[in-house]
Design a protein. Sequence first.
Length: 382
Amino acid sequence: MSTSSGFCRDEFAGVRAAFDEHLDSGAELGASLCVTVDGDPVLDLWGGHADEAKTTPWGADTIVNVFSVTKTMTALCALLLVDRGELDVDERVAHYWPEFAANGKGDILIRHLLSHTSGVSGWDRPIELTDLYDTEAAAARLATQAPWWEPGSKSGYHALNYGHLIGEVVRRITGRSLGRFFADELAGPLGADFHIGTGPEHADRIATLIPPQLPEFDLATLDQDSVLIKTLTSPLLDLAATSTPAWRAAENGAVNGHGNARSVARVQSLIANGGELSGKRFLSPTTIELIFREQADGVDLAILTPLRFGIGYGLPRPQTFPHLPDGRVCWWAGYGGAMVVNDLDRRITFAYTMNRMAIGLIGSDRCDSYLKATFDAVGGAR
């Protein structure tokens, strides 16, 4: 009897076995896993518990905060506007958002925002986490700042403000907030249970996050004016705050999207499936190719990890993430371990969400085992 619920095609039995092993061992508290081929699920699994006390099973409709996997949804909103001719990745941000030109930012391009190379990876101090919930006001603050490094020269992960920057561009073009635009143009038409701004009506089915056991480290010993410190502490992400109604309701397109593996895979399979899903074309091949225009490759200034960015997504870097397949692949991960991978050559999307968070901003051993089993099943692993 399998530990997980859901379904799995026979050729992906190894993925289910890895998932069940982690559920049985307690490495996973609760999680969901979905793989699509040609836009259709071949594996849709969930299991474990939605709470630490193990009183609530993780169900078919359990959702969870997926942190930076949300950034892929925000990037997709921008790409939709590109496809419609309303946004140009090589145009200056100030063309759409004139106030953004202040303090030496007049030449920052849309692709710099989408690839974490804008020089604006966080807020000038002082700033509190609750200040981010008013997305328009928080975006206005970013518009007044000077960049922290030469725009376009290197990446510095836009950890908490990616959605504020791109969301404000979306708002200037469409008149709609990022969360509303995403719901209207992507989640709604695709029937995807993913939310940027999650209302109280969903509270009963949101899994409780279990923070990772982080080693003791005194941030005060580091250079307080470094891009790393300014990005990650201005403001500092307080995991306790992520369970509050105010956090959930805010339309923070960097870190507070709520969904499950099924809904992540549903939306993101648009990319792996060549821009078309359920008989409707959302993106042209030309727009999708923009994702693979490399914008940065090297040690990221904000998280000190070697990363390679295209436009809107991370690109494979074998030295850093050996379990990603070769070829036209784009991906991103959420704090604690959630991940989505689009493999355009094999037309596969892999999505994983969970509530027992792992140490580190990107990936986890659990996720690696699922990824390896998935691409072993299709002959695409390294």
